[in-house]
Design a protein around this ligand. Structure first.
Ligand SMILES: [Zn+2]
Length: 371
């Protein structure tokens, strides 16, 4: 009897210490928010099919979800309203950035993270004033208001910004009788006008807009710009986190031009942009592999083109029927949008949700949400 009692005691002690040794669930410290503008499920299907089903970075996803994209005033969203939804967690009217239909200015995950001691960054292949990147720092009722969007960037304190749109900074500051480089310098930015200058940066505040307006199309762009800019931003942000004791970072990377090529019903252009975005996603996922605490979220703001991949024939007894690419529209569609999650916390985001709910889930994961 005494022996049995001792044995039970021993078993209890062993199981308790095993419990104590069990690793705690890793906290999400870094979010890499990757947005393929206009990228629907069929765009990803095209990429896989054209790569002859060789694994893409999308195939690495640990988890997936679906989002509904309708805006506050339209069943078919534009990039301003859907960007605002993904950035802030609020639906708004098409064309509006960072303001609710009631006129309230709302903060993005990047703005909140910045205030709560995270490092932050934006990378795009369009101008940084374009709807998707601007939805992370601007508050305007007209997405075309580049003057105010540019001015509002100055109060964002975003650590790293890589993409296009330098001519708007030049103009806006000239009109105010100021020199934009001097003003950015006062804010602590190292202003880089070429990729070579960006290459030399390894930490600190980096302002690297290397195109007057949008970056060139994929055929004319510096090869791998998006993947290289993603890698460079991750390097700078992770160094900033170490040097400044930040809690982590939030980086938004946009494959901006998938949308434009889809508006243009341009199959080769879409494929080029999808392959480019796929490479950037790979860079982000590889970073997550070697950096525990990093969650990669790959999503789109909406689908563009009503792209479909129909069989060329109706007789499916044939060994191969051939395929085509059809476009249902030159505009956006109301289709559900897939979300691919990879890394720490991926298991915590799944199901079918509003685009706004995705934003809140991410804000909660890094502890910047008030909801
Ligand atoms: Zn569009």
């Amino acid at each position: 009897m005494k022996k049995l009692f001792l044995m039970i005691l021993l078993i209890c002690a062993v199981s308790q210490s095993a419990d104590a040794k069990k690793p705690k669930q890793q906290k999400v410290e870094n979010i890499i928010y990757m947005i393929g503008d206009g990228m629907g499920l069929t765009h990803v299907s095209m990429l896989e099919l054209e790569n002859k089903y060789a694994p893409t970075s999308f195939d690495r996803a640990d988890n997936i979800a679906l989002t509904r994209t309708y805006s506050a005033n339209n069943r078919v969203t534009d990039s301003a309203a859907s960007g605002t939804a993904l950035a802030t967690g609020y639906k708004t009217n098409n064309g509006w950035l960072g303001i609710t239909p009631e006129g309230e200015e709302v903060e993005s995950i990047i703005a909140k993270a910045e205030k709560r001691n995270f490092a932050t960054g934006l990378v795009a292949t369009y101008a940084i004033q374009h709807a998707t990147p601007a939805s992370f720092y601007a508050h305007v009722k007209n997405r075309g208001d580049y003057t105010n969007i540019t001015k509002q960037f100055m109060s964002s304190n975003i650590d790293v910004v890589l993409g296009g749109g330098i001519k708007h900074f030049e103009r806006v500051f000239r009109e105010m009788g100021m020199d934009f480089q001097e003003e950015l310098g006062k804010k602590g930015y190292k202003v880089c006008k070429t990729w070579g200058e960006i290459q030399q940066q390894t930490s600190g505040q980096v302002f690297g807009l290397i195109a007057d307006d949008n970056m060139p199309a994929i055929e004319k762009r510096q090869p791998n710009f998006l993947a290289d800019a993603t890698a460079k931003s991750l390097k700078i942000l992770s160094n900033n986190v170490k040097q400044n004791k930040h809690k982590g970072f939030v980086l938004m990377v946009e494959g901006s031009q998938i949308d434009g090529r889809s508006h243009g019903r341009d199959v080769a252009g879409i494929l080029g942009e999808m392959r480019d975005f796929d490479k950037a996603v790979r860079v982000a996922m590889d970073f997550a592999d070697r950096t525990p605490g990093t969650l990669v979220v790959v999503v789109a703001d909406h689908e563009t083109g009503g792209l479909s991949i129909p069989s060329s024939k109706t007789d499916f007894t044939l060994p191969e029927s051939g395929i085509g690419y059809n476009f249902g529209t030159s505009s956006h569609t109301a289709a559900l949008i897939p979300v691919y999650l990879y890394g720490t916390g991926a298991e915590q985001v799944n199901g079918i949700m509003e685009n706004t709910e995705l934003s809140w889930k991410l804000q909660r994961l890094i502890g910047v949400s008030e909801k």
